[in-house]
Design a protein around this ligand. Sequence first.
Ligand code: PHE
Ligand code: ZN
Length: 848
Amino acid sequence: MTSDPQPVHLSDYRPFPFRVEGAELTFRLNPSATRVLSRLHLVRQAPGDLRLDGERLEVLSLSLNGQPLSLTPDATGLTIPAALIPEGPFTFEAEVRIDPAANTALEGLYMSGGMYCTQCEAEGFRKITFYPDRPDVMAPFRVRIESDLPVLLSNGNPVAQGTGWAEWHDPWPKPAYLFALVAGDLVAHRADFVTRSGRPVDLAIWVRPGDQDRCAYAMDSLIRSMRWDEEVYGREYDLDVFNIVAVDDFNMGAMENKGLNIFNSKYVLASPETATDDDFARIEAIIAHEYFHNWTGNRITCRDWFQLCLKEGLTVFRDQQFSGDMRSHAVKRIEDVLTLRARQFREDAGPLAHPVRPDSYVEINNFYTATVYEKGAEVIGMLKRLVGDEGYATALDLYFTRHDGEAATIEDWLKVFEDATGRDLTQFARWYTDAGTPRVTVSDDWQDGTYTLTFRQETQPTPGQPEKPPRVIPIAVGLLNPNGDEIVPTTVLEMTEAAQSFRFEGLAAKPVPSILRGFSAPVVLDRKASPEERAFLLAHDTDPFNKWEAGRALAKDVLARMVTEGAEPGPDWLDALARVALDESLDPAFRALALRLPGEDDMAQTLHEAGVTPDPQAIHAARRRMGRALALRLRPQLPALFDTLREPGPFTPDARAAGRRALRLAALSLLTRLDEGQAAASAYRAADNMTEEVGALACLLDIGRGQEELGLFQARWQGDRNVMDKWFALQVLHAAPGEAAATAERLTRHPQFDMKNPNRFRSVMGALSGNHAGFHHISGAAYRLTADWLIRLDPVNPQTAARMSTAFETWARYDADRQAMIRGELQRILAAPGLSRDLGEMAGRMLG
Ligand code: PHE
Ligand code: ZN
């Protein structure tokens, strides 16, 4: 056994002692023996050896200023002793051989369906050649690709090409993690764009032949993103071409390589027949996200990987603003909060909790998390709320002018806000350095026309952080009078102490407070409100987020009592919800969200926080009873709700049409609980788009039917990888708790199951952990199956194995038997021979 991998610490950061003035790379592509020639032009900046990162490189030659170097690299790189390095500029050259066809980890240069592609973030470039593979070393790149394949792409602008070769030049200095190369038999979907200062840009989305008719939506999203960044942030594109490539084998969603974004094909390809409304919305958001990185990530990058949230939190915040502008801010905010709670609150409450800016890691790939991304975006939202829209705009302008071309830190980012607005952000910085979700409890008092709200904040200890000093929390509050009129419009209260009161004077009657409007801070709000008050806010709140939240809180109270006391849903909840569901003055998308019952994993976390050990089976059963009660309450209206929302004419993916389909499917799902699936079976056959096809199939699977439809689906779609992923996932996600593991196990034996393809692996194993009652079934079968497959995947693709292991992060919520079983599986993973640093770190942290 090798010794345990050592953690990297933020406090150990040292600047690199050399500058790279230019990097010239030549690739002679060959599936199992690609040659990479690199010539680096370097200048010394400070004393010291020259350390270059490099992993699994077969060295063919090394030289310094043309003189051969007889040095032997170690397992992680090459050290050129200071004594060998001349004063002044010098050139280092290397020729290495690598094996893209054997690269199943999908990091560095690899092959996917006959094409070559790269993934370098975070530390993949060192698997291509020797280089200072760290984000604060920025250089212009020249790339020559030699291959018989027809399409040869790299970063920047095309310089020249001939038969069997092409040359690219990227004038913008960039870190190696933004390097990209693609070579393949690809076709382009093209469009033109002219930036607002008049620069023409050739846009192209490159896909495998046959997929070119599924690129229109991604292209339209790209054009809207480019325009939006000009209009809202004043940011223009800066090259002559912008290329996007779709690949089937990809560990993540997409990657913002300069001028050459590489995408998981599921976030590019879409047609009404193959993509759901959620797919369309995600494509729009991810295209925007990667494009927005051109300024927030590429032009201004991160000094080191601890600063990851500098680019990710900001870019998520920007893509959320964009989606809100394109669609509905209210609906987008509710969806974003649902995701934040499901992923980030869950992470923050368990053994993997870490600050938005972590201060140590073993494997950086394990820190592309909901905390860095989604909480990182929430922190920026709070900052904007605190300094106001104008302060935010001024600060962002200053950020772009001050740091363009640099590798920056969170301190730089906060300093910009301090300088632009004059605000002291010392306490605010805790949002970056302290892990954990604050819990804010509220009490109120009413006396002589004065209404007082008292807040207390408390954050539980997280790994390595026992003390949690109070944070600045912007709490947006509005007050309604008993008639439902708003008497105090939204006001942002700034909480800075552990306990703090705020007074509203001169009121005629005791108001009803609407607290944390728009989800103004990523906290758990603990307010013991009566069902009447919640129903009142659900009916009257003018803040759409809190209107929805009131219904949600009501539903969670009802569900909690169903689980713990065996209660049945009473008329107050049913009537309040029915009113919203049937209120035609409301956006159908909002009504659909209101009808969505609380998730089982969310309920388990809520019960755990209330001191109740969650029983996954009991939660599942109660939630089904809840759905049936709602269906019975709405029975007379359901058929009409389903029929009248039918969209006339051809499918359009816009938010309005998608919202109508969402409500229609919510009605179908309720109907299915009453008619044994008759309506869903005919909806399946009548569906002319993937949203309804999948929606109807899910309804059927939920009640244990749909076998015939699964067969029809497979027969129709077996040639389409992205659509077949849905077929795999649906069966596992909607399996009965006792059958989920067996269903997943059976699917792993399906001829189209391939663990080397991350999408396919996730569609089975990710779906299994997404089926809460199935994953936590007391037999332990799902725990075992998941651990078996993580151990099997780890040597093939450690990054994806590590990511999927978060299925186990919630073990501490459950009863002793389940805890023992999960911990046993984590031990078994830790004991696996040759375990990767990635999965080893995750299992170790989860065991504590
Ligand atoms: N930087 C990518 C994004 O956020 C995510 C990513 C990370 C992709 C690491 C691949 C590898 O857009
Ligand atoms: Zn990103």
